[in-house]
Ligand binder design. Structure first.
Ligand SMILES: Nc1nc2c(ncn2[C@@H]2O[C@H](COP(=O)(O)OP(=O)(O)O)[C@@H](O)[C@H]2O)c(=O)[nH]1
Ligand SMILES: [Mg+2]
Length: 310
């Protein structure tokens, strides 16, 4: 993993790319720059930091005339890409094929240049009110199998996102950033082990910007609890921002989220970085959990340290 990560966000015009990045700008500490590569073509750069790496998102316009230009000047746009996030507007049925053609152009470039780039394809505008829409779900499955058949040499991760579901956007970025290093797999395994040991509902690590470093959920979450959990994660994102800004003295906070559940947020400082651990657990397991938590933190620290030294 380099110190600089170049992430391309591509997709047709109107797919929702800029909205996704704007949602992140608001939520996190993203900086936006618009830089002219040529007088006619602008690329919007959104920069942030993730575990000491500088991350730059390139928002490629996507209009027809631009797509022709990206194709013509492929090297300029696609060189040194670390990750491609491709956005498909799932509500724009008429242009499914056009979108696939554009994706094909980009992947063809990676292929001919022997660039082994991880790829995230997001079925975007998957708004909460269409979650149960079987037509859309069917289209998504069709899309996936078509893409998998054509590009079986690429590592592809699929996501469903909507700007009305901020967690889905947070996850899009988080998964994107964690495909770069095997240590993220070790983290995920560690979370799974301790989740089982604690008997907790969820274990999530955030960086100082609220980007999820790793997460694990209990399989036994009932739908109502899941909703509460998502709400409390949103609260945590908000809270950790405040902990950061007001440089809280305390390193943790408990809050009750009803139904015998408590939500625990703990901050650790490592190599000058703040990392936040969020745990949702039944209240009656609290004492036992706190005893084992120290071991968890020390195991966690040993995996995180190498990720924090560049
Ligand atoms: N329903 C819905 N509309 C969205 C979503 N994301 C973006 N949009 C809308 O889609 C339009 C195009 O978005 P924009 O970000 O400009 O697309 P871009 O051309 O890919 O950058 C705007 O009207 C957005 O408000 C979403 O998740 N759901
Ligand atoms: Mg745009």
């Amino acid at each position: 993993m380099d110190d600089l990560l170049k992430i391309i966000i591509a997709g047709l015009d109107n797919a929702g790319k800029t909205s996704i990045l704007t949602a992140l700008n608001k939520k996190y500490d993203f900086h936006k720059d618009i830089v002219s590569l040529t007088p006619t073509i602008r690329v919007e750069y959104h920069a942030t930091e993730f575990l000491k790496k500088k991350v730059i998102f390139w928002d490629l316009g996507g209009q027809k005339q631009y797509r022709a230009l990206y194709e013509e000047k492929q090297d300029l746009y696609f060189a040194d890409t670390d990750l491609l996030v491709y956005i498909i507007d799932i509500q724009d049925k008429e242009r499914y094929n056009t979108s696939l053609e554009y994706l094909d152009m980009i992947l063809h470039h990676f292929d001919t240049h022997k660039m082994d780039i991880p790829l995230i394809i997001s079925f975007h505008k998957f708004d909460p009110e269409i979650h149960g829409n079987n037509d859309i779900l069917f289209e998504i499955e069709k899309f996936k199998s078509k893409i998998n058949r054509t590009y079986n040499s690429f590592k592809i991760l699929y996501q469903q996102t909507s700007i009305y579901d901020i967690i889905s956007i947070v996850q899009l970025v988080s998964y994107g950033l964690s495909v770069f290093d095997d240590k993220f797999f070790a983290l995920s395994e560690l979370l799974e082990d301790y989740l089982n040991e604690f008997g907790s509902k969820s274990l999530i690590l955030f960086d100082k910007n609220g980007i999820i470093i790793s997460e694990f959920y209990s399989e036994l979450i009932e739908p109502e609890i899941y909703l509460e959990l998502i709400e409390s994660i949103k609260d945590h994102l908000f809270l950790l921002k405040r902990m950061q800004e007001e440089s809280y003295e305390t390193e943790y906070t408990f809050s009750s989220i009803g139904d015998d559940l408590i939500s625990y947020l703990h901050r650790i400082e490592l190599k000058g970085e703040s990392i936040f651990v969020s745990v949702i657990i039944n209240e009656h397991l609290k004492e036992q959990f706190l005893i084992r938590f120290t071991d968890f933190i020390s195991d966690l620290t040993s995996i995180l340290i190498p990720l924090l030294v560049s």
